[in-house]
Design a protein around this ligand. Structure first.
Ligand code: ATP
Ligand code: MG
Length: 560
């Protein structure tokens, strides 16, 4: 179906071996976002990997919301995440799931660990806990509450659940090893008290399990075979395994880690992206400058371009920074092959064809799809372009005087071919008081589409144009990079100091009438100008709005 079917990476190899050896019958993966923000391009890598494995090996991938921090989570984020995964073209198995679906079971698991002497209620204050924990060079110290009896622990834990204590007064901890070289094993917290409402469970709970106590057990309960996460969880794996080995879980999932995606000129942290939204640096999570999936969608990225990009960068066991040029390349090559073409004039200069009747009107039928796509698929997409006595061309395409450097060479006495149209020859021009050329007069030289002039004086180039009377004004939102530093969040400074103040400029263009009728989210190549998308939210036939998706060539990238 998609290119991700060819997913070929070290995790795929492991899955392949596990299927071949009979260790598993079917691969089951999951994508486990916390609903505390919108998904970004880094998540796309994880989505492509997890759903891609399921697709390749005829398995399943669950969408599970890891919702153990109710203060930071919301229904808005849940809805946005579902929409993003669907838009990327993936289907989760069955209903969406929530870690909170398992709160009752997790509570029972906690009791089981207390009963087996493997967990205790600790009443150290948070700052004392820090002190007891030690650090990389210094082993921790046992909490004075570590040897509480099972009965006392059961009683205190039940009362924590019943709401008898304030936030932070007690915590349930696993009894592992305060001297472990792995900090995660120094009696990690399993449950803390938080008197907050939860978006799924309402006010049922005032104690919430910590991520580490939730994730592996949720994997086990869903029968996840390969729990794939990013490298920062490598040090958590011994704890993941410890819980799985010490609890009566129905399965033994295994965790594998891969390198997270970082892109230059980009921040990929929900916290930082939220800051950009909260401080009104951008118009919202889906602002076309945001590296969120919804922002990229609004910018004109296609699902295929994002999936192909994830395929290109591969999956490895180490972190690295990917050049944003690779993402742009994936986008440009998809649009180059697939985007319909149309004409828009960004800096209009009026051309009057003086030998044409004032009321001349002609519908020229043209093909919108690129030749390569037509050759490959046989598809066709015809549109009509009105041709009239007065048209607009771009100011750049006419010069007062002939010069060898000027490629199009459209100037008085010279000819040009109108794209999809006729050959015209400039006769003279009119300037305004400021000395700017405001009108070019020309004559129509050919009267049969596609033909060359009878006198064999060839036009010097082809220019795009739009009928002056039938063209439509459109708002163009031209985006550049949001951050003007290559490593905005890896240097010493706050990434907010690297905001590019000129990342958005708004202008007006005259576009073909067919573009006003475009469905929102359709990306076009405005011939000779760049790729533009009809804005998903604001574009209408009456008020067309297009976002710059990306320039035509590498040297006209998102950054410029
Ligand atoms: P952030 O740091 O942006 O808040 P997160 O890791 O906290 O991201 P989660 O919602 O917990 O966000 O992530 C869901 C899944 O996506 C996890 O399995 C996580 O490992 C993966 N993921 C998050 N960021 C990246 C990234 N940059 N590259 C690859 N995978 C990622
Ligand atoms: Mg997280």
């Amino acid at each position: 179906m998609s290119e991700t079917n060819n997913v070929n990476n070290f995790v795929a190899k492991i899955v392949e071996e596990d299927l071949a050896s009979g260790k598993i019958d079917k691969v089951i993966t999951r994508f486990p976002p916390e609903p505390n923000g919108y998904l970004h391009v880094g998540h796309a890598k994880s989505i492509c990997l997890n759903f891609g494995l399921a697709e390749k090996f005829n398995g399943e991938c669950n969408l599970r919301f890891d919702d153990t921090n109710p203060e930071k989570e919301s229904q808005e984020y849940i809805d946005a995440i579902k929409e993003d995964v669907t838009w990327l073209g993936f289907k989760w198995a069955g209903d969406i799931r929530f870690s909170s679906d398992y709160f009752d079971t997790l509570y029972e698991y906690a009791i089981a660990l207390i009963k087996s002497g493997n967990a205790y209620v600790c009443s150290l204050k948070p700052e004392e806990s820090e002190e007891y924990k030690g650090d990389f060079n210094r082993p921790g110290k046992n909490s004075p509450y570590r040897d509480r009896s099972v009965e006392e622990n059961l009683d205190l834990f039940a009362r924590m659940k019943a709401g008898e204590f304030k936030d932070g007064e007690h915590a349930l901890r696993a009894k592992i090893d305060m001297a472990s070289g792995n900090m995660n094993l120094r009696d990690p917290i399993m449950y803390r008290i938080r008197h907050v409402e939860h978006h799924q469970t309402g006010n049922k709970w005032c104690i919430y399990p910590i991520y580490d106590f939730t994730h592996g057990q949720s994997d086990a309960l869903e029968g996840i075979t390969h729990s794939v996460c990013t490298l920062e969880f490598e040090d958590h794996r011994p704890l993941y395994d410890w819980y799985i080995n010490n609890l009566p879980v129905p399965a033994k999932p295994q965790q594998y880690e891969f390198g997270r995606l970082s892109l230059n000129y980009t921040v990929t942290s929900k916290r930082k992206l939220k800051q950009l939204v909260d401080e009104d640096v951008v118009s919202g999570w889906d602002d076309p400058r945001m590296p969120t999936i919804s922002g990229m969608r609004r910018r004109g990225f296609t699902p295929a371009s994002i999936r192909n990009f994830c395929e290109m960068i591969g999956v490895s066991r180490s972190d690295g920074v990917v050049d944003i040029a690779m993402l742009e390349h994936a986008l440009r090559s998809d649009l180059n092959s697939n985007a319909p073409r149309a004409m828009a004039v960004i800096n209009p200069l009026k051309v009057v064809i003086t030998n044409m009747a004032d009321d001349h009107y002609e519908d020229i039928t043209v093909e919108s799809l690129p030749d390569s796509l037509i050759e490959e698929t046989g598809a066709s997409l015809l549109r009509t372009v009105p041709f009239t006595k007065e048209i607009f061309i771009d100011q750049e395409d006419f010069k007062e005087e002939y010069s060898k450097k000027f490629k199009k060479k459209f100037c008085p006495g010279k000819r040009i071919r109108l794209r999809h149209g006729y050959v015209i020859e400039a006769t003279d021009f009119i300037k305004n008081d400021a000395g700017e050329i405001v009108q070019v007069n020309a004559t129509q030289v050919t009267t049969v589409l596609g033909e060359d002039p009878a006198d064999d004086v060839k036009p010097k180039g082809v220019v795009h144009w739009v009928s002056a009377s039938h063209g439509v004004e459109a708002e163009l939102r031209v985006y550049g990079r949001l951050l003007n530093h290559e490593s905005p969040d890896r240097g010493g400074e706050d990434f907010m100091t690297h905001i590019n103040p000129d990342s958005l400029s708004v202008s007006t263009a005259i576009v073909e009438p067919s573009l006003a009728q475009a469905a929102p989210e359709t990306v076009f190549q405005f011939e000779r100008e760049g790729y533009y998308v009809a804005d998903r939210c604001d574009h209408t036939a009456d008020k067309p709005v297009f976002n710059l998706t990306i320039g035509l060539r590498e040297d006209k990238s998102l950054s410029q």
